[in-house]
Ligand binder design. Structure first.
Ligand SMILES: Cc1cc2nc3c(=O)[nH]c(=O)nc-3n(C[C@H](O)[C@H](O)[C@H](O)COP(=O)(O)O)c2cc1C
Length: 684
């Protein structure tokens, strides 16, 4: 135990010195990021913009309190400009989850929305967009409209091709709605022509084969946007901000690559009516994943493209967007001249006070986006936006939240320093409780720490790094490297014990027990903990039996591919990565294709496989037919987990109050773990 305490002091003093070096208040720290900027007739207080994010916080086509709170918090948190989620601005747009701007009844709600943001010295822009034929949900969209009756590349939805009259009416509707937005206090609109949506479909020669004046050459394909910009300017005047989000490179052959994007950008901005441009990548196609980049690729991956497109439109403000998570990165992008504004989507979901904290030199206090895309999964599953690293999205007190004091100080022992235990520990300590947390690992983070070491996982460290610093600030005590016994807990005389000791993968049904007894097969986590120490190619084939279908399993396969000649994933399901958000799944499929990682679906590992001779038989779940995988040097498995609750009764008897949280309560997602820890930390 003494040893563990020594180690803890070292851990925390490392954190402390990191904090000391990066958190010194320095107003000139990010001179570019916090320089004012003239955008059209407006002066923005800094360069930070909230990129459009669908929140699904409106209800029944109306502005809700939750929606107002979400946006007002981002404004209060220091953003100088906010682009809202798409609104329904043309009368054919009937989606129940979007605010219906074309309906005059929406005006009081719109005015409340605008006022709540604008009073914070933040300009509010509504996004005007229609998904057109684009659809990333299962099945076709029978209500889709499009430039041409050509199938969406993902869902194969064939839209109704808008007639000339319908296009003209749509443009008029969008202009009328813009005027209503202006009357209600909005400073402008952003037209989203990126991500494969309707305007993108007009711009792209791959998606637009019209023969009227809205198709044909580049001028024809741009016409819907140029008409719209002119119509909005006509009714809203020069001071109303008009921005356009364009495809910078949609990743589809014969569509819009960087050269075409430069021509489009130049043409659209030629008349001087567009105040700013931003550029995205990907489309509603196999390239969908590119529009929300994650850490399997480089950080800020669009910057080089943005820089070259900015050069095509001298004098036009350009907003950089895409995996810019860190204030220093953002400042550097501006300093290099690649952009004038920084668009932050996911980072401001995770921490609405990102700007305030950066300005105050409080970078370690930022809860950073981990680019897991759970937010995207939430909205595409028709839930309100949510975040793995921000359990308070949309709550009124979200900005720079720190808990208030508990009514009565308690001694609280936390068993387990994974992300559920850590979340509960720091919050309980911040509320004034005396907190002692035991962790079996030598550093906090639990299994998330392992995930963070896998390819693309690095961002996850932000969860436990934040928790560790917050716990230190709140004076929680740690006993690390200690697997606490009920006696350890009892000896501290706690008022409350929180059990957060996680869960372990189950031995796969049908695997011979001898493989376990002889130690020839272990679960994926144990296997990864070993393999992370290997640097040299091992050769042979590694087989991963997948009954998990979440991100970590596929990141592990990528690590394995660096070490083995061949990696085969065997799953009883009909496809891999089913429980991963579609954008991430497409990324996984892309990387697997490029790295040559194979998958065998509808398969189980046959108990007759001979691991000694290196042959795994894969049995088809329906036919029973066997397929052999030769030369196997490693077999491992990722399976549904079982809570680690050995001795739970003894823990329960060690304190008057017990809470079992996180995976120990019910094995679940990262988001479920942080949310559960957050709730119990606040409750206790
Ligand atoms: C959950 C989620 C919802 C989004 N909704 C929209 C949207 O409605 N309109 C839009 O133009 N972009 C949308 N985007 C894309 C973002 O505006 C942004 O381009 C992208 O997330 C990359 O920026 P980031 O790395 O800062 O998140 C969404 C992204 C996410 C993750």
């Amino acid at each position: 135990m003494r040893h563990a305490r020594r180690r803890l002091r070292r851990d925390l003093s490392e954190s402390a010195s990191r904090a000391a070096t990066v958190s010194r208040p320095d107003p000139a720290r990010y001179p570019h990021l916090f320089a004012p900027f003239t955008l059209g007739a407006h002066t923005l207080r800094n360069r930070i913009a909230h990129a459009s994010m669908t929140t699904r916080m409106s209800a029944d086509r109306r502005v809700t309190d939750a929606l107002v709170r979400y946006y007002a918090s981002r404004a209060r948190g220091g953003a100088a400009l906010i682009v809202t989620e798409p609104v329904s601005a043309a009368r054919f747009q009937m989606a129940p989850q979007k605010v219906r701007v074309w309906d005059p009844d929406s005006e009081p709600g719109l005015a409340r929305w605008a006022e709540s943001v604008e009073r914070e010295d933040c300009r509010l822009l509504a996004q005007i967009q229609d998904p057109g034929r684009g659809r990333h949900e299962r099945g076709r969209n029978p209500d889709a409209v499009g430039a041409s009756a050509l199938p969406d590349d993902l869902s194969w939805t064939v839209p109704h091709a808008l007639t000339l009259g319908e296009v003209e009416r749509m443009v008029q509707d969008f202009a009328d709605s813009s005027r209503r937005l202006q009357r209600c206090g909005f400073s402008g609109v952003e037209l989203s022509a990126a991500h494969g949506h309707l305007f993108h479909q007009f711009l792209s020669p791959w998606m637009n084969v019209r023969e009227d004046r809205y198709g044909g050459d580049l001028v024809g394909r741009c016409r819907v946007l140029s008409d719209l910009v002119a119509a909005i300017r006509g009714v809203c005047g020069a001071s109303f901000i008009v921005g356009v989000k364009l495809p910078g490179d949609d990743g589809i052959a014969n569509s819009i690559g960087p050269a075409e994007a430069a021509l489009i950008a130049r043409h659209l901005t030629g008349g001087g009516a567009v105040d700013y441009l931003s550029f995205a990548q990907g489309s509603h196609a196999a390239s969908l994943d590119l529009h929300i980049p994650d850490l399997h690729g480089p950080r800020s991956p669009y910057v080089a493209l943005t820089r070259s497109l900015k050069a095509a439109v001298p004098g036009v403000a350009v907003m950089a967007v895409g995996l810019i998570t860190d204030p220093a990165e953002a400042d550097g992008i501006l300093a290099s001249g690649a952009a004038d504004l920084i668009g932050l989507g996911r980072p401001l979901v995770t921490d609405p006070a990102w700007a305030l904290k950066a300005a105050a030199g409080r970078e370690p206090d930022i809860r950073y986006c981990v680019s897991c895309n759970s937010c995207w999964a939430a909205i595409t599953e028709h839930r309100s936006i949510a975040c793995d690293n921000n359990p308070r999205v949309g709550l009124a007190d979200e900005v720079d939240w720190w808990p208030g004091p508990a009514p009565q100080r308690k001694r609280v022992v936390v068993v387990g320093t994974g992300i559920a235990g850590m979340e509960a520990a720091w919050i309980a300590a911040a509320r004034g409780h005396e907190v002692i947390a035991f962790g079996a690992g030598t550093a906090p983070g639990g299994k998330t720490r392992l995930l963070a070491a896998l390819p693309g996982g690095e961002g996850l460290s932000s969860i436990y790094d934040y928790q560790t610093l917050a716990a230190k600030k709140a004076r929680a005590r740690f006993e690390l490297g200690v697997r606490a016994t009920p006696e350890d807990v009892r000896s501290l005389g706690p008022d409350s014990v929180i059990v957060a000791c996680g869960a372990s993968m189950r031995w796969p049904h049908g695997f011979p027990n001898a493989w376990r007894e002889e130690g020839v097969v272990s679960d994926l986590r144990a296997c990864m903990a070993d393999l992370l120490g290997f640097t040299q190619l091992q050769g042979g084939t590694a087989v991963l039996f997948d009954m998990d279908a979440t991100e970590g399993t596929y990141a592990s396969a990528e690590l394995m591919r660096r070490l083995f000649d061949r990696v085969v994933i065997v799953t009883p399901r009909d496809r891999i990565a089913e429980d991963v958000p579609l954008v991430n799944r497409l990324g996984i499929l892309r990387r697997f294709a490029l790295q040559g990682i194979e998958s065998m679906t509808l398969g189980e590992i046959d108990a007759g496989s001979s691991l000694e001779s290196g042959v795994v038989h894969v049995r088809n779940v329906y036919t029973g037919a066997l397929t052999d995988i030769p030369d196997v040097v490693l077999l491992t498995y990722a399976t549904p987990r079982a809570p680690d609750l050995s001795g739970i009764d003894a823990f329960a008897s060690a304190a008057p109050e017990i809470h079992v949280i996180g995976d120990a309560y019910a094995p679940g997602s990262t988001m479920a773990a942080t949310a559960h820890g957050h709730r119990i930390g606040n409750l206790i």
